[in-house]
Design a protein around this ligand. Structure first.
Ligand code: SF4
Length: 261
């Protein structure tokens, strides 16, 4: 037996359709999204105003006041190792391998004692594991020989370690030492460029721009908020604009009614 359409349902349908055409969340079709991304990458988006940036970060802070990184670690040394291992690999993949490694070696001295072959064996599920095992041992030696077995709270000293670049140094300074650094990974690079928050051709450009525009009081957590936003909401292929808490984004859905003046 067919279902009858009630008068109430007939009245609701046009209202829903009208709502969808109006201010309700809309996803851009994939083609339009890539066009917008490409325009953004060429600096075609307007820079956010100070009020817009404040509004976006205030929302991040309300939604997640104490954001945490997803790489498992026990101390600054294991954090450094986890970040080195995460280059061109996922945090989840690194987290699967590191508990066994850190159980045997949670200090540079123990890591050297464990030896490159054993480290290689323990991290062989992670991409580029041969080079990474070599770097883990080499950087442990430098820590013991030049820094008394401690991770230095110094950018230049960190960047001088084998396998450690600016991004890794920024993550360690931020998480282990509470420095307000912003490490630009693939997610932050995309979010910065796609939204118009921090447009730049290289990760360093985007980092410098973010350090300029993100208000001081939000800088400590900006790194985590932006990474988590890029990883779970403003994803590469099809951003989930309907779940986005950013009040204004030049690339996704614009929400004029709440755009700050
Ligand atoms: S920041 Fe939000 S609204 Fe903008 S593209 Fe990303 S998910 Fe969509």
């Amino acid at each position: 037996m067919g279902r009858k359409t009630t008068r109430r349902q007939t009245a609701t349908k046009p209202r829903l359709q009208a709502a969808r055409k109006g201010k309700a969340a809309k996803l851009k079709p994939r083609k339009a999204q890539s066009k917008a991304d490409s325009k953004a990458a060429h600096g075609g988006l307007p820079q956010w105003t100070t009020a817009e940036i404040e509004a976006a970060f205030r929302r991040f802070a309300v939604a997640n006041p104490e954001p945490r990184g997803e790489l498992q670690h026990i101390n600054p040394f294991t954090l450094l190792i986890a970040v080195v291992l995460s280059a061109q690999a996922t945090d989840a993949g690194v987290n699967r391998a590191t508990p066994a490694l850190f159980k045997l070696a949670d200090t540079p001295e123990k890591m050297i004692k464990l030896g490159e072959a054993r480290v290689r064996e323990l991290i062989k599920t992670i991409g580029l594991y041969r080079t990474k095992a070599k770097n883990v041992i080499a950087l442990s030696r430098v820590l013991v020989e030049q820094h008394g077995g401690k991770v230095p709270r110094d950018r230049a000293a960190l960047e001088a370690l084998p396998g450690v670049g600016r991004k890794t140094a920024n993550v360690v300074l931020n998480i282990a030492f509470g420095e307000p650094t912003i490490a630009v990974d693939t997610h932050i690079f995309r979010v910065g460029n796609r939204t118009g928050l921090a447009v730049g051709k290289t990760p360093l450009d985007v980092e410098m721009k973010l350090m300029q525009v993100v208000p001081q009081r939000y800088r400590l957590h900006a790194h985590h908020w932006l990474i988590l936003h890029g990883r779970y909401v403003c994803v590469a292929r099809r951003p989930l604009c309907e779940k986005c808490i950013i009040p204004i984004c030049a690339n996704g859905r614009a929400k004029p009614s709440i755009r700050p003046r």
